[in-house]
Design a protein. Sequence first.
Length: 236
Amino acid sequence: MSNYRALEQRIKKSLGLKKRPVAVKFQESAPAGVEKFVGTEPSGCSFWRLAAAGRTFYTVPGDHYNCPIGSYTHNISLPPERAQELDQTLGLMVQIGYVKMEEVPGIPRLPLTPGVVVYSPLADAPVTPDVVLFAGPASQIMLLNEAAQRTGRASQLPMLGRPTCMALPAAMAHGTIVSSGCIGNRVYTGLDDGEMYGVVPGSDLARFADELHIVADANHQLAQYHESRREALASA
């Protein structure tokens, strides 16, 4: 397994990260030595907030039932007594003009229902992550996307939006994803107004870190180049 602590430090330095990247793994059973989540959260993305704050834990499908949309993207079926909550939530979103029902079949989903989902800060990842979530201002996500392009593993999908959680299965299937986030995610995670997400497949992470170092240095040099041109050529 990779040295994820070293990778987090390298990426943090290149991007200037203030928030810790979050490693997410979908698997059949709980990994040894990792604590099960205890309590309740209103959404699946709420677990991102806990992991970014330094916690390592795993959830089971029942921990995700409070979030019908997140359960849908994670291929988690709600129990019979709560099955109507997905239709109710979608019905509200359609009624207020947030989504159109014909959009729903195109939302990326996990192909299989996970037995557990493991969350941690990247440096503390107890297992090889399927995806790593980065939250930051547009300037940081710009660098992330450029590094992904250098790896040849940037997704050809457009920037994703609502629901934010679909970015995880999308990245697993297509490569690095950029997501603007959605209002629910911003409320539940505390994502700042000027922040967005980059989601990198775990299998790409080491090469991504190498390319990111090159991209960050190149952008620093180009910033100086463009600043000098602006001073020399701008007349107003």
